[in-house]
Design a protein around this ligand. Structure first.
Ligand SMILES: Nc1ncnc2c1ncn2[C@@H]1O[C@H](COP(=O)(O)OP(=O)(O)OP(=O)(O)O)[C@@H](O)[C@H]1O
Ligand SMILES: [Mg+2]
Length: 385
C-alpha cells in the first residue's frame, strides 16, 4: 500500500476539526472520508476500504471508546487514532490499552496529524510485509523439510542397490571369481542386473514426476477398455502377491467400460495403487480391485486390509516424498510388507488424474485397511495441454 492509496476516515462532530484533518491529510495524498458521528463512521467503514480512523473521544450518539470497540471487532485490520482534549487524557490512555494505535491532543495541528498518520501507515505496511515474509519463510521451511526428506529417502533407496553392486562387482574383480560355480556366477550377474534396474526405476520415477508436473501434457489419449487394462495390471502383480500369500481379487464390471485416457499413464495409476496395497498389507491378506461406472466416470477401487492410514495423514500422502512410516523402515524391495519407496507414487497418481480431469478419493482406518478410488472421465472434456 503506498501513501496515495491509503484511506483515512475522520469522525468528529466539530466541523472545524474535520476540515483541518481533511486539508492536512489530502495535501499529503491520502484519501479522506468524513463522518459527523460514530454511526455515520461505521457506515463509511462498511462502504469503503478504510485503513486508518481518526475519532474524537467525546461525541454524541457514540463516544470514541465505543466506536473503537466496534472498529476493533468488525474491522480488525483498521487502525484507530483517538483525538482528545487534555481533560480526558486518561481515557485516551485507556483507549490505547483497548487497541488504539495512538492518540493526539486537541486542538489538533496539521503537522501532528500528518506525522501520526505517516507513522501509522508505516506500521500497517510493515505488518503487511511481515505477513508476506512469514508466508515466504513458511514456504522455505516446507521446501527445506521436503529436501531433507528427499535426501533421507533417496539415500535409503539408493543404498541397497549400490551396496549390492559394489559387493558383487568386487567379486567379479577377485581371483576367487574363477573358483565360483557357473550357477554362482549367474547369480552374481542376476543381482547386478537387478540392482541396475532398481536404480534405473528410481531415477525414472523421479524423472517422470518432474516431467509430468512440468508439462501436464496428455499425449496419447485414446479409448481404453478399462476391464482389459485392469485385468492385465492385476495379472502382472499376481506372482508377487502369491509369494506374499496375498489374495488379489478382481471384480470385473458386467459390461465394458471405456474411458478416454493415456494408456501408459492409466496403467501407471492402477499399478501404483495395487503396489501400494501389496506393500502395506501384511502377508496372507486380501486385496480387492473393482471397476464400475459412477456418473460420467469410470471408477477403479483398490481395497486392502492393511495397516491403514490415520485421518490426519490422509491429506498428506499425496505430497511428494511424504511417507507415513518412518524412513528408517525402508527396504528397497517393493514386494515386501512395508517395503521401500520414495513417497512419490501417489503424487504421480494425483498429477495424472488432474491432467485427465479425474480425481482420487481415499478412505482408510488405521489398523483396518484402506480404499483408494480413482475416477477417469468416460469422455475427455477439457484436457490440459
Ligand atoms: N494402501 C495403503 N495402505 C496404507 N498406507 C498407504 C497405502 N498407500 C499409500 N500409503 C501411505 O502413503 C504414503 C505415500 O504413498 P506413495 O505411493 O506416494 O509412496 P510410497 O509407496 O511410500 O513410495 P513410492 O510410491 O515412491 O514407491 C506411503 O508411504 C504410505 O505411508
Ligand atoms: Mg507407492
Amino acid at each position: 500500500m503506498n501513501e496515495n492509496s491509503a484511506t483515512v476516515l475522520v469522525v468528529d462532530d466539530e466541523e472545524v476539526i474535520r476540515n483541518i484533518c481533511s486539508r492536512s491529510l489530502s495535501s499529503r495524498g491520502y484519501n479522506v472520508l468524513l463522518a459527523e458521528n460514530g454511526a455515520q463512521g461505521l457506515e463509511k467503514l462498511r462502504e469503503s476500504q478504510v485503513d486508518i480512523v481518526f475519532t474524537d473521544y467525546k461525541m454524541p450518539i457514540m463516544n470514541g471508546i465505543e466506536l473503537l470497540e466496534r472498529v476493533r471487532f468488525d474491522f480488525p485490520h483498521v487502525e484507530v487514532i483517538m483525538m482528545t482534549a487534555f481533560a480526558t487524557i486518561e481515557s485516551a490512555i485507556q483507549a490505547m490499552k483497548n487497541g488504539a494505535y495512538d492518540f493526539i491532543l486537541k486542538p489538533v495541528k496539521p503537522d501532528q496529524i500528518r506525522l501520526v498518520t505517516d507513522k501509522c501507515l508505516e506500521k500497517i505496511n510493515l505488518g503487511e510485509e511481515n505477513k508476506v515474509l512469514k508466508a515466504a519463510n513458511l514456504k522455505l521451511l516446507e521446501l527445506q523439510e521436503m529436501k531433507n526428506k528427499f535426501i533421507a529417502i533417496t539415500s535409503h533407496e539408493f543404498r541397497t542397490p549400490v551396496s549390492h553392486l559394489k559387493g558383487y562387482v568386487e567379486i567379479l574383480n577377485d581371483e576367487y571369481y574363477d573358483e565360483l560355480s557357473e550357477d554362482d556366477k549367474k547369480q552374481c550377474m542376476r543381482v547386478i542386473v537387478n540392482s541396475i534396474s532398481d536404480l534405473e526405476s528410481l531415477i525414472s520415477n523421479m524423472h517422470d514426476l518432474i516431467n509430468l508436473k512440468k508439462t501436464r501434457t496428455l499425449r496419447n489419449i485414446s479409448e481404453i477398455v478399462l476391464n482389459d487394462l485392469v485385468l492385465h495390471c492385476v495379472d502382472a502383480q499376481e506372482i508377487i502377491a502369491k509369494k506374499r500369500k496375498l489374495q488379489l481379487t478382481f471384480v470385473n464390471a458386467k459390461s465394458e467400460i471405456v474411458v478416454a485416457a493415456d494408456q501408459v499413464q492409466l496403467e501407471a495409476v492402477v499399478d501404483e495403487l495395487i503396489r501400494n496395497a501389496i506393500k502395506f498389507t501384511p502377508d496372507g491378506g486380501e486385496i480387492k480391485i473393482t471397476i464400475m461406472i459412477e456418473g460420467d466416470y469410470g471408477v477403479i477401487t483398490v481395497q486392502d486390509c492393511g495397516i491403514g492410514i490415520k485421518d490426519s495423514e490422509q491429506g498428506k500422502i499425496f505430497e511428494k516424498f511424504y511417507e507415513v512410516q518412518s524412513t528408517d523402515h525402508h527396504r528397497t524391495s517393493r514386494e515386501e510388507f512395508l517395503g521401500g519407496g520414495m513417497g512419490l507414487g501417489l503424487s504421480y497418481v494425483q498429477t495424472i488424474l488432474e491432467a485427465h480431469g479425474g480425481g482420487i478419493k481415499v478412505s482408510s482406518q488405521k489398523g483396518v485397511g484402506s480404499e483408494f478410488k480413482v475416477f477417469f472421465p468416460l469422455q475427455i472434456k477439457n484436457p490440459e495441454v
